[in-house]
Design a protein around this ligand. Structure first.
Ligand code: PEP
Ligand code: MG
Length: 446
């Protein structure tokens, strides 16, 4: 049982897991911890960690990085003190080598919760600011891989076992049009995604996503002289309205021979409203200032006109009134997902469930900093009837942990960017590999 004091200062109790993989435990003995600075998909430095076990197994993981980060996220350690901007992570690497390494090699751990608690205690701050959430999340993910190895299970199966979840192949949400903080165009909304909810298998969903992506490429080439790419591999044509983006998606879905629809090829959006919030419940979209109710009306209009199944961060992280107004209007029609609102924090998700902010939570391990707290966030959402969508960050590496996380926890939904670019397709390719090796795991929304 864990106690959380939410930001309304109400203490909520709920069952958080200890995530034990075996009745007698699979104690983890780590003999060597190494770390180095590598580059992420934006060409920014990030942390890669390697844990060598006493049997010679090497568990490796690397940290992703957000661009449109929430104010309540665990914070990265960046040399020079900047949270983002291409600065080095030698401080975080040094923290792994000189502090986390000695801690992990001098103790053995029975559960990932034990190990994660030790990491948090060593850090000593509420948001992992001292050692860096980038250092800590890489260690925690590598340690999870090590526990799965010790239990002689594939990572997704181990995650399913320790969380008591039925495995599921998640519906991929391919972010094919980029705006906001992820692109140089004038589009206010950050992400426009296509989701093949009707596919029979993950492999079919991935192929469908790729076909629509190529159809969209052809359309954009015909229509615009030039179109860049956004950080997540989606196109960034010179458009400035959500309607233009949605029209392009519907045309691409149709051109590829599919049917746009919430039960076939659905659309999902992440407006990432922090990016166009003026504060105080006011927003600026395409040069026009909108009050809360006008923004709710605008979203409702889009939902009336396009096959949208999900809207993430429709309001800013601190605009609880906006979230409640949006939920009152649309929660029974579409999924409303909290990302910056919850930052993968079980306590915030519980607040959201009580206050009816949203119907789903986005799940990003590096927002909270450890795997066991990520699993707690999923448990908090689920035990309150909220859905979960597992997510990458806009800055990624070839690490595929989130694919196993989505399958093992049975989340039913994942977003990992466009079906193109190595760091994005690494996750989709891991999903199709898991499916090929485990053809009985069902595909689809949870
Ligand atoms: C993936 C996202 O972007 P970032 O990683 O930049 O926060 C998001 O906002 O959902
Ligand atoms: Mg988001």
């Amino acid at each position: 049982m864990n106690d959380y004091t939410g930001h309304h200062n109400r203490t909520i109790t709920y069952d958080a897991g200890e995530y034990v993989s075996h009745p007698t435990g699979h104690a983890l003995t780590i003999s060597t911890v190494t770390a180095e600075q590598i580059l992420d998909s934006r060409g920014n430095p990030t942390v890669r960690v390697s844990l060598r076990l006493d049997d010679g197994f090497e568990a490796v993981a690397s940290a992703p990085a957000g661009a449109s980060t929430g104010a309540f996220e665990a914070v990265e350690l960046r040399d020079g003190g900047s949270a983002y901007g291409g600065l080095g992570v030698q401080g975080a690497v040094t923290a792994v080598r000189t502090e986390i390494g000695p801690l992990l090699t001098h103790h053995s751990y029975n559960t990932i919760s034990d190990l994660d608690r030790a990491l948090r205690d060593l850090d000593g701050t509420p948001n992992l600011a001292r050692l860096g959430a980038n250092a800590v999340v890489a260690v925690s993910i590598a340690a999870t891989r090590a526990f799965a190895h010790r239990a002689e299970l594939p990572l997704h199966r181990w995650l399913s076992l320790v969380t008591g979840s039925a495995e599921r192949m998640p519906v991929p949400h391919f972010n094919v049009l980029n705006g906001g903080a992820h692109a140089a165009n004038a589009l206010d909304f950050q992400e426009f995604m296509i989701a093949p909810v009707q596919a029979a298998t993950e492999a079919e969903a991935v192929q469908t996503g790729a076909e629509i992506y190529h159809a969209l490429a052809r359309l954009i080439r015909e229509k615009y002289a030039a179109a860049g790419l956004g950080d997540e591999g989606g196109f960034a044509p010179p458009i400035d309205s959500a309607e233009e983006a949605l029209d392009l998606l519907v045309a691409a879905i149709t051109d590829a021979g599919y049917t746009p629809g919430v039960d076939s090829i659905a659309i999902a959006m992440d407006p990432a409203a922090n990016g166009f919030s003026l504060g105080g419940g006011r927003y600026r979209l395409a040069g026009r200032e909108l009050a809360r109710d006008e923004l709710v009306d605008y979203y409702e209009n889009l939902v009336d006109s396009y096959p949208i199944r999900s809207i993430e961060d429709g309001f800013a992280e601190d605009d609880h009134e906006g979230w409640i107004a949006l939920s009152e209007r649309l929660a029974d029609r579409i999924q409303l997902v909290g990302d910056d609102l919850y930052v993968t924090d079980a306590a915030r998700i519980l607040d959201g469930a009580h206050e009816h902010y949203s119907t789903a939570a986005l799940i990003k391990p590096n927002q909270i900093g450890t795997v066991s707290q990520t699993l707690d966030a999923i448990a908090a959402a689920r035990s309150n009837g909220m859905a979960c969508m597992v997510s990458h960050r806009s800055g990624e590496t070839e690490d595929t942990f989130i694919a196993d996380l989505a399958v093992g926890t049975g989340a039913g939904q994942i977003k990992s960017g466009a079906p193109a670019r190595g760091e994005r397709v690494a996750k989709y390719n891991r999903l199709t590999q898991i499916e090929a090796q485990n053809p009985t795991i069902p595909y689809g929304l949870a």
